[in-house]
Design a protein around this ligand. Structure first.
Ligand code: AMP
Ligand code: MG
Length: 340
């Protein structure tokens, strides 16, 4: 039986066949850590009911213990195991959008290891829309706690190579899949309070959620929202590239022209300038195509870092659809925002 493609510094590379999934599930059941592809980004999984295994996730990533993890399930029955009496609203959204890039924050059931939720009375749950992720959860026979499979402070991984770059030797295995289709993390929707709040914009658009819930949904931490919900992850400095990232906002013509002049100016000084703009760029790195930009955003950040960019100039994209998630990540990564 050939299951491992190879072993890199103690981390098994498993291809996506059934035997490999069973090997990965056995590693999880033995308390190990396995990274796996999802439609959003690669996740780093441990069995959600095993406290020692869950603690290892925080150690492998260098993640602060008060930043909670998302629990991944493979069928709706598991939702009742993980969450304490999910509301009709939660069930409606689960039926409508799962499997998919939506994490629901609900009251936590006692079965879930408290460390997953950083001691909060809530738990974030989602069902990933990826055949390998779903097979793994089924083979493990239990919900899987999984944050993104990167070192804390690095961009989320959208290829198994990114996982190895960050975590080789620190985790038991990675399941090799294709590059992630969506490329940014799931939308985190808090249903534990009086009113639904988006804690993190992501792969499922705010518009789709508003249509399903027939109400306006505020985004936590945005200047448009009066609410102050508790998403512990929000207090941490997010990934920022090594080079200063300057976000250029304003009218499309003015921001495009400012970006071009700044890029030319700094290049004349001999600086290496990384650029993402709305026209004339490579097709997968253009800000006028938010879906393709989302799918390539973290890869581009890794390329800028590895290529030794001195400065990164990025043109603003839209705040609708997947654009809201892209702008959320860019604003967090930006050193400065220029308004034209
Ligand atoms: P990651 O899996 O790396 O994308 O991180 C998970 C995200 O979900 C972080 O931003 C967490 O703060 C958020 N999260 C997970 N569980 C909860 C929870 N119970 N309440 C609020 N936010 C949560
Ligand atoms: Mg993460």
């Amino acid at each position: 039986m050939t299951i491992s493609v190879k072993k890199v510094k103690g981390t098994l590379l498993l291809d996506g066949n059934q035997q490999a999934i069973e090997k990965a599930a056995a590693l999880l059941k033995a308390g190990g850590l396995v990274a796996f592809p999802t439609e959003t980004v690669y996740g780093l999984g441990a069995i959600a009911t095993n406290p020692a295994a869950v603690k290892k996730i925080f150690m492998a990533k260098g993640r602060p213990a008060d930043n909670p993890l998302i629990v991944h399930i493979s069928d709706l029955d598991q939702l009742n195991q993980v969450a304490d009496e999910p509301s009709p609203e939660a069930l409606m959204l689960a039926r409508r959008f799962w499997p998919g890039p939506l994490s629901l924050v609900l009251k936590r059931s006692p079965v879930v290891v408290p460390e997953i939720s950083a001691g909060l009375p809530t738990v974030a749950v989602r069902m990933p829309d990826h055949p390998l992720a779903l097979s793994l959860i089924r083979a493990a026979g239990a919900p899987i706690a999984a944050p993104s499979a990167n070192l804390a402070g690095r961009p989320s991984p959208t290829s198994y190579r990114h996982v190895l770059d960050d975590l080789r030797g620190r985790i038991d295995a990675v399941i090799i899949g294709q590059d992630c289709r969506i490329g940014v993390e799931s939308t985190v929707l808090d249903l534990s309070g009086e009113q639904p709040v988006i804690l993190r914009p992501g792969g499922l658009s705010r518009e789709e959620l508003e249509e399903a819930l027939h109400c306006h949904i505020p985004v936590a931490g945005s200047k448009f929202s009066a609410t102050k919900p508790s998403s512990p992850g929000m207090k941490y400095r997010h990934y920022a590239p090594r080079a200063p990232l300057i976000l250029i906002t304003g009218s499309p013509e003015r921001r495009f022209s400012l970006l071009n002049s700044l890029a030319a100016f700094y290049r004349r000084q001999g600086l290496q300038v990384g650029v993402l703009k709305s026209a004339a760029g490579r097709g997968w790195a253009r800000t006028d195509q938010p879906g393709r930009l989302a799918a390539n955003l973290y890869r581009l950040m890794r390329i800028f870092d590895a290529g030794g960019a001195d400065l990164i100039l990025i043109e603003e994209t839209v705040y609708t659809g997947i654009g809201l998630a892209v702008m959320n990540r860019l604003r967090k990564a930006a050193k400065r925002v220029l308004r034209t």
